[in-house]
Design a binder for this molecule. Sequence first.
Ligand SMILES: [Zn+2]
Ligand SMILES: [Zn+2]
Ligand SMILES: [Zn+2]
Ligand SMILES: [Zn+2]
Ligand SMILES: [Zn+2]
Ligand SMILES: [Zn+2]
Ligand SMILES: [Zn+2]
Ligand SMILES: [Zn+2]
Length: 359
Amino acid sequence: MVPNKHYKCPVCLKYCSDPDPTYGCWECCLYLHDGSCFETKLPPQIQHFYHPHPLTLSTTPRNVKCRACYEWSWNIIWYYSCKQCEDLGMDIPCALSVLAASTTTKSESQIQHFLHGHTLSLNKNKLDDQKVADCCVCRKGCTGPTIYVCGRDGNCKNIYFHKSCLEFPQQICHPFHPYHPLTLTLVEQNFYHLKKCNACRKSIHTFILYGHCSFAYICEGHKCDFLLHTECSTVMMPVITYEGHAHLLQFRDHNIENNKLNCSACKSNICESCAFTCLDCDLNLHLLCGPLPHSIKHKYHNVHPLLLTNSPVQEELEDETDEFYCHACEEERDPQLPVYYCAECQFVAEIKCVFSEVR
Ligand SMILES: [Zn+2]
Ligand SMILES: [Zn+2]
Ligand SMILES: [Zn+2]
Ligand SMILES: [Zn+2]
Ligand SMILES: [Zn+2]
Ligand SMILES: [Zn+2]
Ligand SMILES: [Zn+2]
Ligand SMILES: [Zn+2]
C-alpha cells in the first residue's frame, strides 16, 4: 500500500508516512501500520479505571478529544466511547495502555489514580532545577522527593503530582456549598471566562491558557459554577446566612485581596484584616456593617451581655496601652478589629473567639 502522510493510524495515532508499510482502505480513509498496529487486538469493550462505565469500541468517524490525554483527533475512525456519557471519547493508545498496565503487577511505584487517565510513576529522584514543574493539584513546585509523573509526551508533559496531593478525597461535602457534593476534577474553562475559587476568589490556572492542568473541587452536574482550590477546601472558616441575601457569607480572617474590597453596605474600603465575603457573588461587608448581633451572651463571660464595640475599647484608650489581648483565648489580638466588650468587667473578646455564639 502507498504510504499516506495525511492520515494517522488509529491504533498508534502516528502518521502513516514513509517508509512504514501500511494497510489501507481508500473508501473509509483507514490506514493502518503493518506489524504491531495491524496485529493489535481491540477488545469490543473495556473497563478503564479513569471512567466509571464500560467503554465500547466505536467505528463511526468523529472528532474525539481523548479523556485521558486531552488530545484532539480529527475524524478518527476507531476509538472508545461510553454509551452513557455522550461526549466521552478515548483514543486507542490511551484505552489500551490501561490493559497493558494491569498485567504488570501494581506497586507503590506505579499507580492508577482518579486524577489522571494514565498510569503514574513514582519519581524518587529530585527534579533538576531546569525542569521545575508545578503540581497539578496544589500548583506548588514539585521539588520534594516523592512525586508522581505521567511521563508521556504532549499534554501529559505537565502532569506532576505530589504524593500527598494525591491523597485528597475524590468527593467531599463542604459547608461552603452544602447543597451538592464537590468532586476533585480537572478544571476546563473557556478562554473568556476565567474560573475563580469561590472561597479566595483567586483564579484557577488553566490548561488552555498556560499549557498546564489544574484540578479543583467542583460542583458537577448542576448549574452552580462553584469551585474550590484544594487548599481552600481545608481551611474551615465559619459561614453564616445573612437575612435578605440568597448566598452564604464566609468570615475571613485575613484580607487576601490586598485591601481591594469595598463594603457593599457603607461603600467604603475594607482595610481591616477581617470581613464577611459572599461565597457566590461579590458581596463584601465590614464586620460592623454585616450581620453580627449588637449584643450577645457568651459562655466565657455569662454574667453580662457582650456588646459589639469598636476597638480599642475605652479603657485601652485611657491607658494608652499598646498591648491588646483577647480575654477569651488570652492571645494578642488585632486592635483594628471590632470586639465584643463588657465595659463593667472590662472583658474583651475577639469576634472569631465568640463566633460559635454569634451564628
Ligand atoms: Zn500504527
Ligand atoms: Zn489519549
Ligand atoms: Zn460514561
Ligand atoms: Zn501538590
Ligand atoms: Zn498522561
Ligand atoms: Zn481558593
Ligand atoms: Zn452545586
Ligand atoms: Zn452573594
